[in-house]
Design a protein around this ligand. Structure first.
Ligand code: E4P
Length: 218
């Protein structure tokens, strides 16, 4: 299972990279705005900085919602670095643009996916990644994890190569449950990734080992 971090914060990306478990980064326009990155040139430069920190795939989202605009922006983004994955919304023109980039051998991440049917379309268009937003489904009292499970079943039925990128992951149990269901990738905040470290018995056990060592070597 690949671990992506879902942020545009360079310090957090660096911290996750230093942990040695990071496989890539996802961003979106909201995450860019949160870091105060505005204006086309600054945004493109920020993507370049992210690519310098990590070795894996970096999803960069188009703002255009029409086919021509998405193709133009996606090509600009893809030209920045071979690590860039063009992130496209699951709308009609987004699916067409996905097929365009697939045919050109450029990686894509089809985002804002909330149903199995949408995920099926993304796979048919050859998406590299499909991003079901499980946290946002949980937010409206709908089982986000169920969507991951159903997409897994459908993709396995037909051997689709599109990787399931569980997105809108908010906590450690989201990560663990995605892993149980066979999600190929998860993207979440640093807090959720680091939350996996925590277990009180680890802390108690380590304290005892160190105390016993200290007694024996006093
Ligand atoms: C996915 O790529 C999105 O950037 C992200 O996971 C959305 O998460 P949120 O629902 O916590 O905003």
């Amino acid at each position: 299972m690949k671990f992506f971090i879902d942020t545009a914060n360079l310090d957090q990306i660096k911290e996750a990279e230093d942990l040695g478990v990071l496989d890539g980064v996802t961003t979106n326009p909201s995450l860019m705005a949160k870091e105060g990155i505005t204006g086309e040139e600054n945004i493109l430069n920020h993507y370049k900085k992210i690519c310098e920190i990590v070795e894996g795939d970096v999803s960069a989202e188009v703002i255009a919602t029409d086919y021509e605009g998405m193709v133009k922006q996606g090509e600009e983004l893809a030209a920045l670095n071979p690590q860039i994955v063009v992130k496209l919304p699951l709308i009609e023109d987004g699916i067409k643009a996905c097929k365009y980039f697939t045919d050109k051998g450029i990686k894509t991440n089809v985002t804002l996916v909330f149903s199995v049917g949408q995920a099926l379309l993304a796979a048919k268009a050859g998406a590299t990644y499909v991003s079901p937003f499980l946290g946002r489904l949980d937010d409206i009292s709908t089982d986000g994890m169920n969507l991951i499970e159903e997409i897994r079943t459908v993709y396995d039925n037909y051997g689709f190569k599109t990787q399931i990128l569980a997105a809108s992951v908010r906590n450690t149990m989201h990560i663990v449950n995605c892993a149980k269901l066979g999600s190929d990738v998860m993207t979440g905040p640093l807090s959720a990734i680091k939350g996996l470290l925590k277990h009180p018995l680890t802390d108690i056990g380590l304290a005892k080992f160190l105390a016993d060592y200290a007694k024996g070597n006093a």
